[in-house]
Design a protein around this ligand. Structure first.
Ligand SMILES: C[C@@H]1N[C@@H](c2cn(-c3ccccc3)nn2)[C@H](O)[C@@H]1O
Length: 446
């Protein structure tokens, strides 16, 4: 493979513009999966599909005709985008990613390029517009999810084996470009596009097209943010090109998984998208397996921010447009915690301090402040703190009690103990460490 790629990454390292700096500081986001699949909720004739509910069309027990005519029942009587946006605002999320078209091809906006849209359902509302407008009004940035793979479009191909395949896929690529143009022109508040359904050979063999299309979209919409799941290089590599450079503005591979260490993120921007049940993004009548508690979700949020990323939690509204009670409760509880502690989540980054058992460090961007987000108080109530080299702790206090300085008992090897007052620690809490330069010079600085 040649040293210089024609259609690989065009930038090495993070984007340095203000739009990406805003994205980097979000901390917490919301994903929403809503569409025709929500009507089924993972169930048909009393049988439950044991895969992800939004994939129910691919279930062997789901006749295509049954699924493909179901949009005629899509009539969310209780849909209220303002209510959705207010719930999200209360939760403390700062961006939302909303499904405009999932793999099934049903468009939640009145696209001119297919009849399989909300305009031909009983609902008729421009759902995408209502969501974009309502969330933007609440001050939450909107990103649009778009599945390249489109099971409804007869020109979609999983692979390009014949001349006919290639002719059809050319039509499909043009259709895709037109729909994306439509979305950016009709919903200009959009800050980015979240692509999915790009793992098949047909797309991997379209590296040059993905490069040209991404550049076209960014010209159409300057500042647009697109993750690494969109592109392929001319050799069919995805996410990382043949020379090992990320293609995209952030690493978009962290779906239902969180990096273990900072090394795992390879210096890229990234976010993790996560479901509340173990799997399944669209509404599911019966959540199979474990559902995450609010404390688990807060710990995942802290974990992601501590490793320089954002945490995005998915909600799957019911066909009537309301949320499950469990989702409403999680949004409320998480919001109560975020209201008090969001300083340790918003506009924070990887601190680079040695991880301790009590929880996670985050560092306020462009400030000499490190936060300890404490989830596990040891029976000794002594929290070990070991700043990075050439950094000293000047002052420590609970975020909720800035006037009461916590004492640090010095230990060997540049570490200290913070002795917590005896109290009941029922909630995760935050300690603020005001830092200053000093201590032993790091190897590089000698
Ligand atoms: C954000 C999530 N991405 C979609 C997805 C993921 N996958 C998938 C495909 C191959 C391996 C592992 C996961 N298929 N569809 C899910 O349906 C949901 O939209």
């Amino acid at each position: 493979q040649p040293k210089v790629l024609q259609h690989g990454a065009h930038r090495v390292g993070k984007r340095t513009d203000v739009e990406m700096a805003t994205w980097r500081g979000y901390g917490m986001g919301q994903f929403i999966h809503w569409g025709v699949y929500s009507l089924f909720g993972g169930e048909l004739n009393g049988n439950y599909y044991n895969g992800a509910a939004e994939w129910i069309r691919s279930w062997k027990d789901m006749p295509n005709g049954v699924y493909d005519s179901a949009y005629k029942q899509f009539n969310p009587s209780s849909f209220d985008a303002t209510q959705w946006a207010k719930m999200a605002k209360q939760m403390g999320v700062r961006y939302v990613t909303f499904t405009t078209k999932h793999h099934d091809g049903f468009c939640l906006w009145p696209s001119k390029y297919t009849d399989y849209t909300i305009a031909n359902s009983p609902c008729k509302k421009d759902i995408v517009k209502q969501v974009v407008d309502a969330y933007t009004k609440e001050g939450i940035d909107v990103y649009l999810y778009f599945s390249i793979m489109d099971w409804h479009n007869p020109d979609w191909r999983y692979d390009l084996k014949t001349k006919e395949d290639s002719v059809a896929f050319e039509r499909f690529k043009l259709f895709t470009k037109k729909q994306l143009t439509e979305l950016l022109q009709q919903y200009p508040q959009t800050k980015g596009l979240w692509f999915d359904g790009t793992w098949d050979n047909s797309w991997k063999k379209s590296g040059a097209f993905t490069d040209t299309l991404e550049q076209y979209l960014k010209t159409l919409h300057p500042g647009l943010i697109i993750g690494s799941r969109f592109r392929a290089d001319e050799f069919g590599n995805r996410h990382v090109d043949a020379t090992g450079v990320l293609m995209g503005d952030y690493e978009q591979g962290w779906e239902r998984k969180i990096p273990k260490t900072y090394a795992d993120v390879h210096g890229n921007d990234w976010d993790c998208v996560m479901t509340i049940p173990e799997n399944g993004w669209g509404y599911q009548k019966k959540w199979l397996g474990h559902w995450k508690t609010t404390n688990e979700i807060l710990e995942m949020t802290a974990q992601c921010v501590s490793l320089g990323g954002n945490f995005v939690l998915n909600f799957g509204p019911k066909p009537d447009g309301t949320f499950r009670p469990e989702e409403v409760e999680i949004a409320k509880e998480a919001g109560e915690w975020m209201k008090i502690n969001n300083a340790a989540i918003y506009n924070c980054e990887y601190a680079g301090w040695e991880k301790q058992d009590w929880g996670y460090y985050t560092k306020k961007t462009n400030e000499n402040k490190v936060y300890m987000i404490v989830f596990n108080v040891p029976v000794s109530r002594s929290l070990k703190v070991k700043p990075s080299k050439n950094t000293l702790v000047d002052k420590a206090y609970l975020l909720t009690a800035p006037g009461k300085t916590l004492s640090l008992e010095k230990l060997d090897y540049d570490a200290s103990f913070i002795q917590l007052p005896s109290a009941q620690y029922k909630q995760p809490f935050v300690i603020v460490l005001e830092t200053k330069e000093g201590g032993e010079k790091s190897d590089e600085q000698k």
